[in-house]
Design a protein around this ligand. Structure first.
Ligand code: G3P
Ligand code: MG
Length: 270
């Protein structure tokens, strides 16, 4: 079995990650977005996962439905049957009218059929942190049981990450930080995380080095500017989440890193 221990050298993920599927170019966290991100050459995606009232993991960034669907109010109080009938595409434009909300199960089938990877950000409805961390981890373990490479679970919620760790300790995890804190590295380690994912405004070479010194991978969100990306790559960054699937060329970066290029070749061409 693949081991994801804190000091493990095994890190199967590519360094370019498309935010919410395809950033702002398609309705976030929908199948249309993932298809577009993949067309632009991205092999890994970040997305936001929460639970319906009846415990179905599905993709939505906000706590409420209003901004990105034709529904209203808190999403997590509705059962999946009601959520599944909503339109999560029209807000973005007519091209995407009728695009449904996406269940984690459907996303997992599509990703594995194409050999693509994912960073699942556990985004609990407030008050549901422990339940969401546990249930998402259980679903991930089942849905990716046949896959050698598991999704990377991340969250701003320490409670959600802890619950995920308790439920499925073998799954790789990352702590998300909007603001750098002095004990950032200690927090990530005490949660058994393999990575820190830090707001790009908070990251520099010294902080990347602090994480690397204890074996953590250091990732960042959301970089949409080429010169900022270059600065962070030079500082030793391990992974970058971007909205700009139309600006960056993931293959170019893979080409600059023979280890990752070989990894992709073995996994998907063989
Ligand atoms: O997971 C990285 C990033 O998505 C965290 O912020 O608000 O875009 O989910 P947010
Ligand atoms: Mg997110």
């Amino acid at each position: 079995m693949t081991q994801y221990g804190p000091q493990a050298a095994h890190w199967p993920y590519p360094c370019w990650i498309a935010h919410r599927g395809a950033g702002k170019l398609a309705p976030e966290n929908t199948m249309a977005a993932f298809r577009l991100g993949a067309e632009h050459g991205f092999a890994m995606f970040e997305c936001d996962v929460k639970l319906s009232a009846d415990g179905e993991p599905f993709l939505l960034h906000d706590n409420e439905l209003d901004r990105t669907t034709n529904g209203q109010g808190v999403a997590g109080v509705l059962k999946w049957d009601a959520l599944s009938r909503l339109d999560a595409g029209s807000w973005h434009g007519r091209t995407y009218a009728g695009e449904p909300l996406l269940r984690l199960e459907a996303l997992s089938r599509w990703l594995q059929a194409l050999g693509l990877m994912v960073n699942l950000e556990i985004k609990p409805t407030p008050g549901e942190e422990v339940r969401t961390g546990r249930i998402v981890a259980q679903h991930v373990a089942r849905l990716w049981a046949q896959s050698q490479i598991k999704p990377l679970l991340s969250s701003f919620s320490v409670d959600a990450l802890h619950a995920a760790q308790e439920a499925q300790p073998e799954l790789p995890r990352a702590l998300l930080l909007d603001k750098w804190v002095r004990d950032a590295v200690d927090q990530a380690q005490s949660l058994g995380c393999q990575a820190l994912v830090v707001n790009q405004t908070q990251l520099d070479a010294d902080r990347i080095e602090l994480g690397h010194a204890v074996g953590l991978k250091m990732l960042t969100y959301t970089v949409n500017d080429a010169s900022r990306a270059s600065t962070l790559w030079l500082a030793g960054l391990d992974g970058l989440i971007t909205d700009r699937v139309d600006l960056f060329e993931p293959q170019a970066r893979l080409g600059a890193n023979p280890a990752q290029l070989m990894y992709v070749a073995e996994e998907f061409i063989a």
